[in-house]
Ligand binder design. Structure first.
Ligand code: OAD
Length: 257
């Protein structure tokens, strides 16, 4: 659904102001969550048809669940790979891919594991929660690309040592990769503008990144149809879908060039 003319007019001021910020900015950071992929057809976690409303994370997304029943966990990830392999990046992903080339310093930090940012053309992506198209050997810790769907072997095994492979994603109770996380904090606290797009801003440490940006004096822009715990800290809260709002901001930004 497109924004009606009335809504557009109400938001026009904010959209123009955000485009104005971007026009002057050299260092821009964007944090994305599952909401940016919702318009591509991938379910979010906590929305109406969200994954965590249908499944228990404890049964499927913890190291204990994998130890208990690796085949069950892999069936679920195989099913999710199926959903993700059938969809395409949407205009929101595409605008962010363009912005990587537009700004002198542009950081794309995502909590998503779906790989859609890369398919949209982004190259430099900090994937805080890993990537569903990568597998990791539970014995040797090696990480390998794997785009097979459906998987030919469940649970899959390491081609070199036959140990179990796991999805290269972060599960509940596991720490994030510290190099990635430190980079994300550095980029967030040194940017001039940070966008928080399509995330409920509930899961830390990712949810702390916009706060770190705000504390360091960056302008924070939230794009989300709903309010979140971040909304009261944001300088601009653009209520709507990422696939509609990002292209509108991009249009205003490009008009000035
Ligand atoms: P959530 O499901 O918690 O939040 C999705 C957010 O996207 C909500 O605030 C929605 O209002 C918003 N949203 C929905 N449609 C949108 C659209 N078209 N445009 C913009 N926003 C939209 O998902 P995340 O915030 O990504 O972690 O969840 C964070 C982490 O929690 C995930 O990475 C995952 C999960 O447990 C792990 O698996 C480690």
């Amino acid at each position: 659904m497109l924004l009606s003319l009335e809504e557009l007019t109400m938001e026009e001021h904010d959209l123009k102001a955000v485009a104005g910020l971007l026009r002057r900015a050299k260092r821009v950071a964007v944090l994305t969550g599952s909401g940016i992929s919702a318009e591509s057809g991938i379910p979010t976690f906590r929305g109406k048809d969200g994954l965590w409303r249908q499944f228990r994370a404890e049964d499927l997304a913890t190291p204990e669940a994998f130890e208990r029943d690796p085949a069950l966990v892999w069936e679920w990830y195989n099913w999710r790979r199926g959903l993700m392999s059938k969809v395409e990046p949407n205009p929101g992903h595409k605008v962010l891919a363009r912005w990587e080339r537009h700004f002198s310093q542009f950081a794309l930090i995502t909590q998503n594991i779906d790989g859609l940012h890369r398919r949209a053309g982004s190259e430099n992506i900090l994937e805080l929660h890993g990537n569903i198209w990568k597998l990791r050997c539970t014995k040797e810790d090696t990480v390998m690309d794997n785009f097979e769907y459906p998987l030919s072997e469940i649970p899959p095994r390491c081609p070199s040592c036959r140990a179990l492979l796991r999805p290269h994603v972060v599960w509940f109770g596991e720490p994030l990769d510290s190099t990635n996380l430190n980079k994300a904090f550095l980029l967030s606290s040194t940017c001039e503008v940070l966008f928080s797009v399509g995330t409920s801003a509930l899961v830390h440490p990712a949810a702390s990144l916009p706060l770190a940006a705000a504390e360091s004096g960056a302008k924070v822009v939230e794009i989300n149809p709903d309010s979140t715990p971040l909304t009261s800290y944001a300088d601009f809260s653009l209520r709507g879908k990422a696939g509609e709002i990002l292209p509108l901001i991009d249009q205003y930004l490009m008009m000035a060039h």
